[in-house]
Ligand binder design. Structure first.
Ligand code: ADP
Ligand code: ZN
Length: 814
């Protein structure tokens, strides 16, 4: 209570005992606002709102100068305590927004952890975690529901009513729940006036409730033929089942339950009960109690990982629990969905094309426990399953699991905390795990389970790396070299199918002036424009702006502009010319704009109507076609050339993934990789599908560079419309962080040193009209980055219109 002496203009003496007694009856709500603020603010809950408000609901509160209204989440509703301000000085909650909590206690704990780890506001996290359609109750309307009143029952007994009234009341009397008035009228074959009259006489009672008219199409389920697990699958499943059943022999050594590093939000993670205090987040160190375990399922392409997930899910479903399966958005194909629908009764699919109403409806079905399995992209990690039993993340290495807007969370990290808090396992599956996960498996934080062979004793496809530096065709500017062309002819001649992978969309990735050497760039971004021949336009792949191709070079006036480089559109033209009459399709985000087109092309390929499928990443993942006997990687070097710490890792991953699309039947298959840098480990080691050797070498390099996964890197981006101002502020900010890091290290010890690197212009120096500079904060313990950020950010805050963004554990450095 001391603080009130200083907070206020008119000092007031401390409260008298009787005032304390009165204050004890005061109920306070802690409210997290949708702003980058660390703290929740306390408000008094007026008597009239007490019964309507629980933690997890949104409230309207006065905030800031002039008491403007702001909407925030009540994160706790609790009695006033002596640690609070004098209740007379607290502002009051103005209104309750939601009829029911949107998030439960465990979700409050999880979102609090996200705010602390990713260094953003708790309210910002909550706002983004609950879909807009849920907040607005999209797809529902207020309907009048009626129930029979006591007088109505009496009237019914006496039997003095008119036939229509009698009919309505007897229908109502046979039901425990209120009946929607319009539906009741239809059942009783009467008009709404009859019910209105009964209401006026007090024979029925009206309540207003929400209802929706959505019926949800489940989609077709495929009949499922049972398979016998391979020995490797069985061993993997057994390890997972032990984790599910909580076999203590599986405890991760070295950690005790109730350890400070146990799990976030211990006090709040126990079921759905009303919160009485702020969740207690103890430390940001990894969880690892005997009941929480993460299994890294390293299984080569075609080893049958999905079957293992499904069996594990069947187990938790048999306990009446739910599973969440996260897959990359592009893997949310009808094929994947059918696979789950053929095995489980209630499957909810959360993808980005749902309308608000559909998303709201799915959310409610999940919350009511009607769903057994939630399959979705990144944000499905927040699905409100009432009794979570298991989380699976397939293709764990995909960068799309990191969100690139606030809150910049990684679904794997969030899933780990959520699973730990619910004391359920998390399975991470991949043929090419991230080095972060690989290292955690090595240090014992994850349990490694390997499936090194394909099902059915199928061999891995042989991979040939073709050095194209001296290929005569490639020198002429073709995409397809001599060897790849002849191998394609052989494969097609044997009635096999071919997949060609090129990770560049459009026709030509540059428009170039041979006279002055300039290439055309987007006016708003530092990005060379891509020529899209189908549109006859240049496109910026960063901001999407389209422009006409100028007749002459804007720099020097020369009129012979050239289209250089090869994208999928040009590849398609070349293949059509070289393989006249062979049916083919191109699959990239330009060609697949129409809903359903993706599925259409895949079924045509499956049926054999199409012989060649060419495209970007879209064809690199998950496809399982037995007749594909050749996969060609047209240019293995595209990702390798990117200025990114993880360029090698991504290159290896992509080639391994696309190589996995062949050799999936007795017909066998082979892979041809065209490269100009065949000696690079990321390319060379794909020949033997040798992830383990690749990971070992790459980890050694990263350790020398003191890079992730050995350190945590937070990326600081300063952006704004004026280059000089951005540069100046970036330098000043970096200096501030450097000084603060020094003083923190001298206070806390060298183990807590945060290295500050930069500033430098971002690889994309200009994006959507904003200049961009970045710096890096790197530390062994992410908590030190947090400490540094909190100690510095206010002083470092840029003047408008500059912006400063922090991305903890950034995966994109562009
Ligand atoms: P991954 O995800 O590991 O690349 P998938 O889960 O796609 O592999 O499985 C590859 C193929 O093998 C699928 O067609 C799947 O139905 C099949 N399959 C999985 N397990 C078995 C098994 N035990 N016996 C036979 N076929 C299997
Ligand atoms: Zn642009």
């Amino acid at each position: 209570m001391q603080s009130t002496l200083f907070d206020d203009d008119t000092p007031t003496p401390g409260p008298m005992p009787w005032e304390e007694a009165a204050a004890r009856d005061v109920v306070v709500a802690d409210v997290a606002l949708d702003r980058p603020l660390d703290d929740a603010f306390s408000y008094v809950v007026p008597d009239g709102l007490r019964d309507d408000l629980q933690a997890g609901q949104r409230v309207r509160v006065p905030f800031g100068r002039g008491d403007k209204t702001a909407v925030g989440f009540a994160v706790a509703v609790r009695p006033w305590t002596a640690a609070d301000r004098d209740p007379r000085k607290l502002k009051s909650v103005a209104a309750v927004v939601d009829p029911e909590p949107l998030v439960d206690g465990p979700m409050l704990g999880l979102t609090k952890w996200i705010a602390e780890y990713y260094l953003c506001g708790w309210g910002q996290v909550l706002t983004s975690v609950v879909p807009a359609g849920v907040k607005s109750q999209a797809g529902t309307r207020l309907y009048k529901f009626v129930a029979i009143a006591d007088d109505g029952r009496k009237a019914l007994e006496i039997g003095s009513l008119r036939p229509k009234q009698q009919a309505v009341l007897s229908l109502l009397a046979g039901r425990d729940e209120p009946w929607r008035a319009d539906k009741l009228a239809a059942s009783a074959e009467c008009g709404s006036g009859v019910i209105l009259n009964l209401e006026k006489k007090g024979l029925v009672e009206a309540v207003r409730l929400r209802d929706d008219n959505l019926t949800f199409k489940e989609g077709p389920a495929e009949p499922h033929t049972a398979v016998e697990l391979t020995d490797e699958q069985r061993a993997a499943l057994d390890a997972i089942l032990r984790a599910i059943r909580g076999d203590p022999a599986e405890a991760i050594p070295g950690r005790q339950p109730g350890d400070a590093s146990d799990s976030p939000g211990n006090s709040s993670d126990r079921g759905n009960e009303r919160l009485t205090a702020l969740p207690d987040i103890r430390g940001l160190t990894p969880p690892g109690s005997p009941t929480s375990r993460t299994i890294l399922l390293h299984g080569v392409t075609g080893s049958g990982k999905t079957e293992v997930y499904i069996r594990a899910i069947e187990e938790v479903v048999s306990y009446g629990r739910q599973a969440i399966v996260l897959v990359p958005e592009i893997s949310l194909t009808p094929q994947t969905i059918r696979r789950f629908r053929s095995r489980f009764k209630g499957v909810a699919v959360l993808h980005s094309h749902l309308t608000d109403a559909e998303r709201h409806h799915q959310w409610r079905r999940i919350a009511r426990g009607e769903i057994q399995v939630v399959v979705g992209a990144r944000s499905a990690v927040f699905a409100p399953t009432p009794r979570l039993g298991l989380i699976v993340i397939d293709e764990e290495h995909e960068t799309s699991f990191k969100q690139d807007t606030t809150p910049r969370y990684h679904a794997r990290e969030v899933a780990e905390r959520r699973a730990a808090a619910a004391a359920v396992p998390l399975i991470l599956g991949s043929a090419t795990p991230t080095l972060e996960s690989w290292r955690r498996a090595a240090t014992g934080r994850y349990r490694l389970v390997s499936m090194p062979s394909r099902v059915d004793d199928l061999p891995m496809p042989p991979v040939t790396i073709v050095d194209v530096r001296n290929d005569p065709q490639i020198k002429k500017g073709h995409a397809i070299g001599r060897v790849l062309e002849s191998t394609m002819r052989t494969a097609l001649g044997d009635d096999g199918q071919v997949i060609l992978f090129l990770n560049v969309r459009g026709h030509s990735p540059a428009v170039w002036c041979p006279a002055c050497g300039a290439s055309l760039k987007c006016l708003d971004c530092d990005i060379t424009l891509t020529w899209h021949k189908d549109l006859r336009l240049n496109l910026c792949h960063s901001c999407g702006v389209e422009s006409e191709v100028p007749r002459s070079c804007p720099e020097c006036g020369h009129t012979g502009l050239k289209f250089v480089g090869i994208g999928t559109q040009k590849l398609e033209a070349e293949v059509r010319a070289k393989f006249a009459g062979v049916p083919l399709a191109r699959m990239d985000s330009d060609a697949m704009k129409k809903p359903g087109s993706h599925d259409e092309v895949l079924s045509a390929f499956r049926s054999g109507d199409l012989k060649i499928l060419l495209g970007t990443q879209m064809i690199a993942k998950g496809l399982d076609f037995p007749n594909v006997t050749l996969v060609g990687v047209v240019d293995a070097d595209t990702t390798l050339r990117q200025p990114d710490l993880r360029a090698s890792e991504r290159t290896f991953q992509l080639i391994a993934q696309v190589a996995g699309r062949t050799g999936r039947s007795r017909r066998g298959g082979r892979v041809l990789v065209q490269s100009s840098s065949p000696a690079e480990p990321a390319i060379r080691l794909t020949r033997d599908h040798d992830y383990v050797t690749f990971a070992r070498g790459e980890l050694a390099d990263r350790e020398v560079q003191a890079a992730p996964p050995f350190r945590h890197v937070a990326r600081l981006v300063i952006r704004g419309p004026d280059e000089a101002a951005v540069r100046r502020h970036a330098v000043a900010v970096t200096d501030l962080f450097r000084d603060a890091a020094k003083s923190l290290a001298s206070k806390e010890g060298p183990a807590h040193a945060v290295r500050v690197l930069g500033p430098a212009p971002c690889p994309i120096t200009r994006l959507k009209g904003l200049w961009r500079f970045h710096a890096q904060l790197s530390a062994a313990d992410p908590a030190d980055i947090g400490r540094l950020w909190r100690a510095t950010r206010e002083r470092a805050a840029p003047p408008k219109p500059l912006e400063m963004v922090l991305d903890v554990d950034a995966v994109s450095m562009r």
